[in-house]
Design a protein around this ligand. Sequence first.
Ligand SMILES: C[S@@+](CC[C@H](N)C(=O)[O-])C[C@H]1O[C@@H](n2cnc3c(N)ncnc32)[C@H](O)[C@@H]1O
Length: 230
Amino acid sequence: MTDQSRQPIRTFGRRQARKLSARQDWLVRERLAQLQVPSAGPGELDPSGLFAPAPDDIWLEIGFGGGEHLVAQAGRHPRTGFIGCEPFIDGMAKALGQLEDGGLDNVRLHMGDARELMRWLCDESLGRVFILFPDPWPKARHFKRRLIQPAFLAELYRVARPGAEIRFATDVRSYADGAIAQFLGHGGFEWTARTADDWRIPPEDHVTTRYEAKQLGDITPVWLRFRRIP
Ligand SMILES: C[S@@+](CC[C@H](N)C(=O)[O-])C[C@H]1O[C@@H](n2cnc3c(N)ncnc32)[C@H](O)[C@@H]1O
């Protein structure tokens, strides 16, 4: 999008914290060039074509931070194609290092805003989406910077297939309350929790993330799992 006035409001903080090591610099220049998702026109990208052989499903992680969850899930599910989005170059370099060390070939990457990548994706192309501890923007005047907004949910609904799981975690009460209200307000997602343990206890296959471990929020983490309905 070239028209600055049409840029979506920024949801993330810094893009770089420290100078990359020589290896990280190489990974970002060489390996990212091979693994990055190519840009496409709106709705034109069929992500299964990014992987060979074609994967059984495609899962997206938005804001993967240091990549520990993305890489662990990709290792456990070799027949699933993963796309990870992260604008923070230090995190991208960390994820690339882990992918290189693990020899994993089922992950593709976008070093930028997930909303840009989602615009490229064709309809109903994702089977699962992870949004784990998104930037909390805890002050009310910054709520507009939170990722979960009506326009984001409209796009998420378009790219998720019926039955897809959207897994959202936060340790900020106002974000948890706001996310439930927005997902249910959209009308295209159902909250799958039946008992309190369904949102209090992490999913069995969860991998603790770096940000989660810091316990910076005002509540213990909640795990909100939504299903995209037809
Ligand atoms: C609080 S951190 C959590 C990182 C990781 N999920 C974890 O739990 O350790 C949120 C991350 O989301 C990324 N982020 C924020 N907005 C984003 C967006 N629109 N698209 C992709 N990533 C985004 C930030 O750069 C940051 O690394």
